[in-house]
Design a protein around this ligand. Sequence first.
Ligand code: 1HN
Length: 345
Amino acid sequence: MTQQLGRLEDLPQDYRDDLIQLNLVPLWPSLRAVLPPGVPARATQAIHWPYASLKPLLLKAGELTPIEKAERRVLVLANPGHGLENMKASPAIYLGMQLLLPGERAPSHRHTPNAVRMIVEGESAYTTVDGEKCQMSRGDLILTPTGLWHEHGHDGTDPVVWLDVLDLPLVYYMEASYHVDGPPQAVKQGNGESAWTRAGVVPTRVFSRSDKRYPMLRYPWADTRAALLALAEDQPSLDCVQVTYVNPETGEDAEKILGFYALMLKPGQTFTLPARSPAQVFHLIEGGIDVSICGKTFGLVEADTCCAPGYEPVTLKNRQVNSPSFVFIADESPLHRKLGVYETR
Ligand code: 1HN
């Protein structure tokens, strides 16, 4: 049984005033709030952002605000549990839907937070990261790790939308978030993606070691999807048909703070992810699924996004009985693991 502790109001006012004068605070009235018994307090709420509702508002932003006045034209998917103005989906995850219209350019800059982009719809846009021109197609994952120059452009005819996932809330909290503007990048020959075309064989580094901390920047959806289908076919008894986006040179998570995964739900499959300490985000690439979190059930259609606080199980159900559904997941696992607070319950 956890002992009830003394309250602030139990202390004489003159004593409390003396403490404030000296920038001192008694711990015991707040101890249970910062260290609750058994399970952490979580501000993160289970929230669903249906794409069909936000898309008209994003397109409207395209009419209301020219790209020069926005730099990045984004509607942030904010969790009301953290206060909308704080622009967090979870303690460490920022989510935003970004719109780039034909002919627009988003100028080159670099910053300390790590970003990835999950392409939602549209063709012929590209992002140039560290001189590598990455074409954007639905379901592709493109990394923009800390410190790398990046800019976006669009040579096509229809709007392009992508989901930005950043560790901005954490980096900002650390008072380490800033950006630097730069000139347009020179596009370099070659790209990391074509150096990693088959699992199990990697470029030989005996003669020239890669000096890149992030050798692969674009993970094409066609390859990730094929990997999931092959895994499901090869191991029919496997419940969790999931792949992790990794740095192919080190085998570690693709970025250092947030983790990224693609999960396939087999036709009609229901699968429960156990309660684990990191918060997570689900974005439906293909299919139709129900996601149950904290007693709520969200019916996700393609391009919908939802989030779950840590320490809660999440049940995913494929509503399609004849075809698989494909989900992109982002979570705070690398951060929790590195800090030593990662738990599965
Ligand atoms: C950023 O650099 C981009 O480059 C998108 O497209 C969203 C949110 C916060 C901070 C930097 C981009 C961002 C961002």
